[in-house]
Design a protein around this ligand. Sequence first.
Ligand code: G3H
Ligand code: 13P
Ligand code: ZN
Length: 315
Amino acid sequence: MIVTTNQLYKVAYKKFAVGAYNINNLEQTMGLFRGNVQSKAPFIIQLSKGARNYTDKRMLEAIIRTAEEIFPEAIFAVHLDHGDEQTCYDCIDSGFYSSVMIDASHESFEENIAITRRVVDRAHAKGVSVEAELGMLGGVEEDIKVDEKHACLTNPDEAVEFVKRSGCDSLAAAIGTSHGAYKFKGQQSLRFDVIEGIAEKVPGMPIVMHGSSSVPVEEVQRINAAGGQLDPSARGVNEEEYLPAARLGVTKVNIDTDGRLVWTRVHREFFRDKPAEFDFRPPGKVFMQAYADFIAHKNEKLGSAGQLDAVRATL
Ligand code: G3H
Ligand code: 13P
Ligand code: ZN
């Protein structure tokens, strides 16, 4: 069942975080639904601009609608990830999306507010909620690359003004994370002081953590042992920090890269071990189950596992 993102936030706020997982294709979608149903977790499906353009945006919509029929017990929201203004309008007008993210964080503070306000007005008129970003994460998202020296953490005082003037429903904040598989060298740590500052100054506002993949060392080592060339020193978010962050107000946790690593590991190992294979379905089956297990594992760490009935009771 597709619900609004706000319905999920109401149950989760300061108790657990809802996993927001990007999907691009059929196998990912099957694994995603299986993993969430298996772990009895509510979740958010995220579609990026890149995902919408990979085949045809209608294809993903049809896949999701079909998955909804195959898994009637699933409760989820559909969200546009890192949208520009036009893509937000396209999603709002489609009637399919529960929420959109307008990412104007690379603009000036004033311009970010102005763009976000326009999107909020159009979205709210159609019952769609809006995630906006303040501060700048490092890494690559869509076509924009931000290097570490230009990344900047969210200022809690600015967040108060930003939320008030833009009217956004949730706040993507820069709290020490970074997008992609090439995160930080050595150990990265979340900035709990910044999360606390935002939660204190903007009480009740769900905070969104982007760049939440953990880039597990074992996963990278297995990929490299099967012919990959990923940076083995990259480190993401410690999974044990998801729940403490959730209890402070981080209500949506965005995970994409770790799922891509599962795909890469499964396929590299499969074709290394079965070089004569050319049917894509055998590795596809292995991937769907591995992805489901990965989702169930993340949900345990986010605290969303087992929360399906609590959400259902509020609907
Ligand atoms: O933060 C961006 C997400 O990982 C989506 O990536 O734009 O390559 O689909 P994408
Ligand atoms: P990762 O690259 O850490 O998975 O982050 C994904 C994300 O923030 C999507 O918006
Ligand atoms: Zn992101």
